[in-house]
Ligand binder design. Structure first.
Ligand SMILES: *Cc1c(COP(=O)(O)O)cnc(C)c1O
Length: 389
């Protein structure tokens, strides 16, 4: 077996001189926190997604929290989402005092199964939070239809899905509100950061106020020449605003987003071709729905454990020995100690659990070379051969 001389990281941001220059400009301007750059990123993001309004914040978690708070979801309310997500989705629900309700995934897409959403609705249900797992949009028409019939908010967790489309429309312009992440390993990044988008002006206003201490509109201007010293705290808000130093990175990243996603799609196609010929695994998803575009935040394979003498965890360890950085998305929410309080049990979400037991996330990012891709394919193929049952 051949091993790479250097470790191939699981993820890397795609940065060049444009981000460096943009950050320098902000540093030299004397205005480091929320200001013109954050406003520009919001406007650019609206233009890009087709959303009418955008509020830049310092994480996707923050974006989800302020949307639920602005919608006045709280104690006694239920919010439906998926167990195959990052804990942040559930945390946002808990921050407002509401109760998370989980429904299983559709095993063909790893996205929340709309048919099961319908069954989980009670008189207390207030919102649905679909997660576009890996960068593949959920079945939004079915979800929006359920929401309309039951008068529910649809808040999309689009942490993986910047640039993805559903029936020709960009994610961010479809549901009542959408939350994006610009965390360091996401399809576009500001290091830490996030964005909420909506077509609802009232919701956007409320979120903007909540994102900066509950202070009345244009609070950030109070130290500028055109701003006023006077402000009013109108609600219990949060310190979630995005600083201009980071927004400047976001403006550059957004300009490159389509090109970065195109390279992700290219690599995913190479992986799919190569892995499609290996009988000890299934490249995921097995088929791509034709009415949406996948932006491949994650590239995952599902091991056919019956064909192998080693388990998923050992397979990961051997990939690491081969200098390939990998990850797992996600440890199901109900497996975590904190979430025992909701009474979920192993076996409650069989599709999520089966997915978790078999999945490995492989490196996929724009700066990977074709040789890097070939190294990953070769390492996986070698391990499959070495450990075939
Ligand atoms: C990364 C991620 C988040 C959290 O994003 P932050 O910007 O770090 O708050 C939420 N949901 C999913 C599915 C994610 O992958």
């Amino acid at each position: 077996m051949r091993t790479r001389p250097d470790f191939l990281p699981y993820a890397l941001p795609y940065l060049d001189e444009s981000e460096e220059q943009a950050v320098l400009e902000v540093l030299r301007s004397g205005w480091l926190t929320t200001g013109q750059r954050a406003r520009q990123l919001e406007q650019d993001f609206c233009a890009y997604t087709g959303a009418k309004h955008a509020v830049a914040v310092n994480s996707c978690t923050a974006a989800m929290h302020i949307v639920l708070a602005a919608w006045e979801i709280g104690k006694g309310d239920e919010v439906i989402t998926t167990p195959l997500t990052f804990c942040a989705t559930i945390e946002a629900i808990e921050y407002v005092g509401a109760t998370p309700v989980l429904v299983d995934i559709d095993p063909e897409t790893a996205n929340i199964d709309p048919a099961q959403i319908e069954q989980a609705i009670t008189p207390r249900t207030r919102a649905i939070m679909p997660v576009h797992y890996g960068g593949l949009p959920c079945e939004m028409d079915a979800i929006l239809d359920i929401a309309a019939r039951h008068n529910l908010l649809v808040l999309e967790d689009a942490a993986h899905a910047a640039g993805a489309t559903y029936k020709g429309r960009k994610i961010g312009s479809i549901g009542h509100a959408t939350a994006f992440s610009f965390y360091a390993n996401k399809n576009m990044t500001t290091g830490e950061g996030g964005m909420m988008t909506t077509n609802d002006a009232d919701l956007a206003d409320k979120c903007r106020i909540l994102s900066l201490h509950g202070i009345s509109r244009d609070a950030w201007k109070r130290y500028t020449a055109t701003g006023s010293w006077y402000y009013e705290v109108q609600a219990l808000g949060f310190k979630y605003n995005m600083p201009d130093v980071l927004a400047a990175i976001g403006v550059c990243q957004l300009r490159k987003l389509d090109a970065m996603n195109a390279r992700r799609q290219q690599i995913a196609a190479q992986y799919h071709r190569a892995f499609g010929e290996m009988d000890f695994l299934t490249p995921f998803p097995p088929t791509l729905p034709s009415d949406r575009t996948h932006v491949w935040h994650l590239y995952t394979i599902l091991l056919n454990l019956d064909a192998l003498r080693i388990g998923r965890d050992a397979f990961i360890e051997e990939l690491k020995v081969r200098q390939i950085g990998v990850s797992v998305h996600y440890i199901p929410i109900h497996y975590h100690p904190h979430y025992r309080r909701y009474g979920w049990r192993r076996g409650d979400f069989p599709h999520t659990e089966a997915y978790y037991a078999r999945t490995i996330s492989l490196p996929l990012y724009p700066s990977m070379t074709d040789a890097d891709v070939a190294d990953v394919v070769e390492a996986v193929a070698d391990l499959g051969k070495a450990h075939r049952r």
